[in-house]
Design a binder for this molecule. Sequence first.
Ligand code: PLP
Length: 392
Amino acid sequence: MSRFIPLSVPNFEGNEKKYVDDAIEQGWVSTGGAYITALEKKLAEFLETENVAACQSGTSALHLSLVEAGVKPGDTVIVPPLTFIAAVNPVKYQFATPVFIDCDDSFCMDPAKLRSFCEEECAWDGEILRHNGSHVKALVVVHVFGNMADMESIMEIAKAYNLKVIEDATEALGTRYIEGRFSGKYAGTIGDFGAYSFNGNKIITTGGGGAVTAADPEVVDHIRFLSTQAKTDPHYYIHDEVGYNYRMTNLQAALGVAQMEELPEFIRRKQKNYEQYKAEFEDFDLCELMPFRKGTESNKWFYALSIDRSKIKASMREIITSLQDRGIQTRAIWGLINEQKPYEGEETYKLEKAPYYAERILNIPCSTQITEEEITFAADTIKELFRSLANG
Ligand SMILES: *Cc1c(COP(=O)(O)O)cnc(C)c1O
């Protein structure tokens, strides 16, 4: 009998149906309703932060963070090349200019290169960092696959050069430091802004949705205000700023409240499944299961296999379709953002690891419902294919 193990599917084993039914019965389905505030409260409690605003998407959460950081047309924003393009597109929404800085072996921004870019490619007058005359206002750091970026170093550099730090924690809800200066701190609560996503394959989902937090709780209030069309008066339609329709709906939030109840269990399963994969690939020499940063506890959202390209020459397309034929759904890591059409000609800085990993990384099945037996089957199938590709 043929079988199919998906890459990542949502898990609705909890109160999802019950709460969504409840929202419908009450008639509160749009951008007002008790589930939205309940979800914001739950997120704030979980993240041990004061204030969280629920949004339509992770992308809108990132966009509002840039707006609030004061990123304006002509400013420069430092961004990563190897991640989902939604982390960088909001820079374009603001008509600002991205500069792509390389990643390290965690796939997250390399702080050494960030530092040398600021020191060697920019001018610092004690207040403003300038690159080719443009104000370098912010950096977007992505916690790729749930792996924490080196925030100790990044925050130090950002502080030295007055850069606003926007953490794209869309893949890293629940990842935190357990050692060092930020011990106990969750991804998204270390920089000036933290954005989360609840899209379909994220660790919790609201269908589509996101959230944003900020170091200053009043800034979160203003983000919430902007996300609801910036209406200043409860009775009259008075608007003193350009607002957005970026608020989460109560229907989405109902799903989110149920998902938050299960988040600790989802993280536990992701971590346990990672350990099993680790054992499966331990002594296998054609690929390596990439580790997560020491001193952190990751949500282990996505698992990354790094393929030994000296032995396996097959294209990612060939590998993915061969595994698909054998019942295993996998995914290639993203194409470099600086190579995508809208970003042609934008500046890059010392890209080495990003292109290296772009042709090696394969994501493997990681749903919270996957069974032990399915993981063994997936790992065996991958190993068997890699052996045959290495020999052929
Ligand atoms: C998912 C994701 C986003 C966007 O979130 P949406 O909710 O889909 O808008 C942004 N950045 C990264 C790194 C992501 O993985």
